[in-house]
Write a protein that binds this ligand. Structure first.
Ligand SMILES: Cc1ncc(COP(=O)(O)O)c(C=O)c1O
Length: 484
């Protein structure tokens, strides 16, 4: 076992900074000198390590020095055969993985609810998607385990080249990766797991097991989401020899910047060190604190309730979802919380999602408890008059019609039309309500009347919807569409 206390990239950056060199290379800010006349120079300390590939700092695209050592330490800590540091988020990892594993026309199994980067990877690779139908618990709206018999049938009867699985979901629901990996491997199909929200898995027995430990061939993790690295920094782990490393390296060079950010890379080093050295202890403490906080809060609430499937052991304990047992929307509860200085991960028409991590300052959960109890009092004063309110829960249309393969969409010229005029047209880019950023209509699918009504409702309810465009002058909502 290597010394996980080491942080090769971070240490090399500090060493270079201490040499106080004169810079005749990019970046142009010259270790921050350019910014010195800004009064609140928040950037200054970071800019001192915002470097380029000078001697001693290695090259992300052909690593042989400190970056290679850092990636090696990460592979060991996360249990991978090989790990790549990413500076373009899990987005880059998903796209590069799909481009590596698939050729145009290949069949790929994926969930409709996967992140848009998976669809973008599929579109770029020109694959034919086979959608694995998601199922949801009716009371909580959380994802259920997927139908494994369906997977067996598809792997047996179709020439599937790749299975892409999202686990955990945004709300922290995990899928049975071990069983899914076993089925895939029975048919020699590689499994890519988008574990963007699960970089912390496996570092404590009360956290779910990591996808790598359950046999996934490729795993993408947004280290910046649930661990402590900087936004956009992520990792791509290879778990088996089903992945051609040289091809993957080439695709990563294609999708990632040739000027990767050193602060991002160094922050991956620090995040890895934190969990490799202290993860067990720190997560033990965090999980105990979360447990205590819930015991001290929810039994005293009349309206605020926790929606949870923790008893089924299929939910990340670092995610917490609340809803009102009355009519108040998640958006409205979120606005109340923000007014009190509590900013949450997301809200939807019903729920509010909280993420807990090792970064919480001491005492923050005591404050959260106080504010949730205040929220409960506020709901108590409002809910009775809301009881007459029409239900605001949006129902997704149950059917979609897939008409045009991904690879044919670009052959047609799209037009941008208001929703009514676009009915019966074919969508050219994912339609993605935020939160949570899961596409509801996919490229190649038809915009029906029912879908138009849904999108109007989502727009009215306050979702930001990528793939819809508001006309500046008329405020009309438009969509890019092709008619064939
Ligand atoms: C499931 C999932 N996969 C991938 C991504 C993309 O991750 P990143 O923001 O690191 O590019 C996200 C982002 O929210 C996500 O939710």
């Amino acid at each position: 076992m290597e010394n996980q206390e080491k942080t090769p990239i971070y240490e090399a950056l500090l060493h270079h900074k201490d040499k106080k060199t004169d810079s005749y290379h990019v970046p142009g800010h010259k270790q921050g000198a350019n910014f010195l006349d800004h009064k609140d120079n928040l950037f200054q300390s970071i800019l001192q390590i915002d470097q380029t590939e000078v001697t001693g700092l290695d090259d992300l695209h052909h690593p042989s020095g400190v970056i290679a050592r850092a990636e090696y330490l990460a592979a060991e800590a996360f249990g991978a055969e090989k790990t790549f540091y990413l500076v373009g988020g899990s987005t880059a990892g998903n796209i590069a993985s799909i481009l590596t594993m698939c050729l145009p026309g290949d069949k790929v199994i994926l969930q409709r609810s996967c992140h848009q980067s998976v669809f973008h990877g599929c579109m770029l690779a020109g694959v034919s998607p086979i959608y694995w139908k998601d199922a949801y618990h009716s009371d909580t709206g959380f994802e259920r385990p997927l139908d494994l018999d369906w997977l067996v049938q598809k792997c047996r009867h179709e020439m599937v080249k790749l299975v892409v699985m999202t686990s955990p979901s945004y709300y922290g629901m995990v899928q049975p990766i071990r069983k899914i990996a076993d089925i895939c491997h029975q048919f020699d199909v590689p499994l890519l797991v988008d574990e963007a929200h699960g970089a912390h898995f496996g570092f404590h027995p009360n956290l779910p097991n990591s996808a790598l430990s359950q046999g996934a061939d490729l795993v993408v993790q947004s280290t910046h989401k649930m661990l402590g690295s900087m936004t956009m920094s992520s990792m791509l782990h290879v778990g088996s020899s089903r992945v051609r490393i040289n091809d993957l390296e080439r695709q990563l060079r294609i999708v990632q910047s040739s000027s990767p950010s050193y602060p991002l890379l160094a922050s991956l080093d620090l995040a890895r060190k934190q969990v490799a050295v202290n993860g067990y202890h720190l997560f033990g403490r965090l999980l105990t604190e979360i447990d205590q906080f819930k015991k001290d809060t929810f039994p005293y609430c009349k309206w605020v309730q926790e929606l949870s499937l923790h008893h089924l052991k299929c939910q990340d304990p670092c995610k917490m979802v609340i809803a009102s047992s009355g009519q108040m929307t998640g958006f409205e509860m979120q606005a109340f919380l923000e007014d009190k200085g509590i900013y949450t991960e997301l809200a939807d028409d019903r729920r509010v999602l909280f993420c807990f991590s090792l970064g919480h300052p001491e005492g923050s959960l005591i404050r959260l408890k106080k504010v949730l109890l205040e929220l409960d009092c506020w709901l108590d004063s409002c809910e009775n008059r809301l009881s007459e309110r029409d239900s605001i829960v949006l129902r997704l249309p149950s059917t979609t019609e897939f008409v045009l393969p991904f690879q044919d969409i670009r052959k047609h010229q799209h037009v941008r039309l208001c929703l009514e005029d676009a009915i019966d047209g074919i969508i050219t880019e994912p339609i993605v309500p935020y939160p949570p950023g899961i596409p509801v209509l996919l490229p190649g699918e038809r915009l029906t009347c029912e879908w138009m009504e849904y999108l109007r409702g989502a727009d009215r309810a306050g979702y930001r919807i990528r793939g819809l465009y508001q006309d500046q002058l008329t405020s009309e909502v438009r969509v890019n569409i092709v008619f064939v």
